[in-house]
Design a protein around this ligand. Structure first.
Ligand code: ADP
Length: 492
């Protein structure tokens, strides 16, 4: 099948979050199954034109009351780490428009987190997707859009673009995080060049504003999200971010497909960034990594004390209030009451960064590094005994899958992708790969960490078996890609 991924970000070209990894990895996995996959994205200022191949002639894009002109560049997705250069070719097209995309931020900057012209930028980009296909004479069977920035693509396909080569094209929209919807003033609507009379039927209407994601959810032929449990949760008021009704109405066309992980990058058997490599049959390397982790964070090097790791954006979604909130968070009691060490890597909300610094200065067994650090994230995954993720909601989550791959047992709230990837410890049978709780309260986090620590000291043999079991789980992208391919085929 011919599949066009329409996206605002894709690694290695532009990344602000997991969406960028998912789009590229899914594209590669689909191509390895034999599909003709291509990607189209904006050319942001940071993407060097010199490294791209220019397509001849300008691209005319009808938006608003007139026409905008852009250039198109082309490159290809690099093969996955460690793979040979002969892998499947995935062309990546870049829509170049100086005014809209000739800036550093993808959606905004620290001082302007959501660019005020985002509805224009992404209306233009979405229209350009269709013009690009016409220009290169390549019409996809599937237009696959991701999150609000390209949610207009399925809307445009349904209202106006389903002509010439697109007559049989179907659309899929994947929700990577329902918390971000692209809600703007209606004044920008004319820029889409969609007629006003479809404003309501197409689903844009949102309390007199314009909701781009909502329109995409109403108009796409199929909807997916990144885990089966999150698909169910988003149909409830508690997790639906006001769009649960829309998703319930589209239930028959809405599925959850778990993301995969890059097993070349996140693999303790061959990870070049960790001091010692290991596999499920011999975890002695993990002990070396644990000592290195303790040393790196300035903690006493002691193989017997359980180390709890955490790598996260410090935002409410990740349960950081319940864990680190001054006076009520559970981290203080965990570290004060239990014989554990806690290492945290993260950045995000200022109050939380400050609170972590304060906790680290008062607790001898808690250490925090504020910032983004890939090397350290690998060391934490390899060296920690447990990995804590008390997320309020988690569409899929990658860190718990990395943790399982490294035999680092996740302690997680039972939600979204966490519920689909971690199996709760059964202390009678020894089954399971992690420790889970339901309610997001400081007490539940405290109790569940306490349970894991108890098992560490009292059921060490079972913990060892859990580690090996966790490391043998398959979270490959090919598994996910097969499910997407089945979904595409069901549409044709
Ligand atoms: P989300 O996309 O909601 O932030 P995920 O668990 O899906 O959560 O993915 C987060 C990714 O970002 C993981 O690869 C994680 O290791 C990485 N990450 C988050 N914060 C940091 C940090 N401070 N340093 C290094 N990597 C980080």
């Amino acid at each position: 099948m011919k599949i066009l991924m329409t996206t605002s970000e894709a690694v290695p070209f532009a990344k602000t979050g997991g969406l960028a990894d998912a789009v590229s990895a899914l594209s590669l996995a689909l191509a390895s199954l034999g599909h003709d996959v291509r990607i189209v994205m904006p050319r942001y200022y940071g993407i060097d034109r010199e490294k791209l191949e220019a397509l001849e002639g300008p691209l005319g894009v009808h938006v608003g009351g007139g026409e905008e002109w852009s250039s198109v560049y082309r490159s290809r997705l690099p093969p996955p780490h460690g793979a040979d250069e002969q892998g499947p070719e995935i062309p990546v097209y870049f829509i170049d428009h100086e005014i809209f995309f000739g800036r550093d931020g993808v959606y905004g900057t620290p001082s302007e987190p959501d660019f005020s012209d985002n509805p224009r930028r992404f209306s233009f980009f979405s229209r350009a997707v269709f013009q690009l296909c016409r220009k290169i004479g390549w019409y996809p069977d599937i237009l696959h859009a991701h999150d609000w920035p390209t949610a207009l693509v399925p809307v445009m396909l349904r209202f106006g673009e389903k002509t010439d080569g697109f007559a049989n094209t179907k659309s899929v929209l994947t929700i990577h995080n329902l918390g971000y919807q692209g809600v703007y003033s209606k004044e920008s609507f004319p820029y889409t060049r969609l007629p006003w009379d479809i404003f309501k039927v197409a689903g844009f209407e949102d309390w007199d504003r314009m909701n781009l994601l909502k329109a995409g959810l109403v108009c796409a032929d199929r909807l997916t999200t990144v885990s089966p449990t999150y698909a169910e949760e988003t149909k409830t008021a508690a997790y639906g971010f006001r769009l649960d009704g829309v998703l319930r109405a589209r239930s028959a066309d809405y599925a959850g497909i778990l993301n995969g992980i890059d097993a070349d990058v996140w693999n303790p058997r061959k990870d070049p960034t960790i001091p010692s490599r290991y596999d499920p049959d011999d975890l002695s390397g993990k002990a070396v990594d644990k000592a290195a982790l303790q040393k790196e964070f300035g903690l006493p090097v002691d193989p017997d004390i359980p180390v709890i790791g955490m790598i996260t954006r410090l935002t409410d979604q990740k349960g950081v209030g319940e864990l680190f909130g001054a006076s009520y968070g559970s981290a203080w009691s965990i570290c004060a009451d239990m014989r554990v060490q806690m290492v945290i890597l993260g950045s995000g909300e200022k109050w939380c960064e400050n609170e972590l610094r304060s906790l680290a200065s008062r607790l001898p067994n808690l250490r925090a590094t504020i910032g983004y650090n890939e090397r350290l994230s690998h060391l934490i995954e390899a060296g920690a005994d447990f990995f804590l993720m008390p997320s309020r909601y988690e569409p899929c989550g990658l860190n718990q899958m990395y943790s399982l791959a490294y035999g680092t047992l996740p302690i997680v709230r039972c939600t979204g992708g966490l519920a689909d990837t971690v199996e709760n410890f059964d202390q009678e049978t020894g089954d399971g790969t992690g420790f889970m709780f339901d309610d997001l309260t400081p007490r539940a986090i405290y109790d569940t960490v306490g349970w894991a620590v108890w098992a560490y000291y009292n059921k060490s043999e079972l913990i060892g078996r859990m580690r090996s079991r966790a490391m043998r789980k398959d979270f490959s992208w090919v598994r996910s890609a097969r499910k997407y391919a089945d979904l595409y085929e069901s549409l044709s």
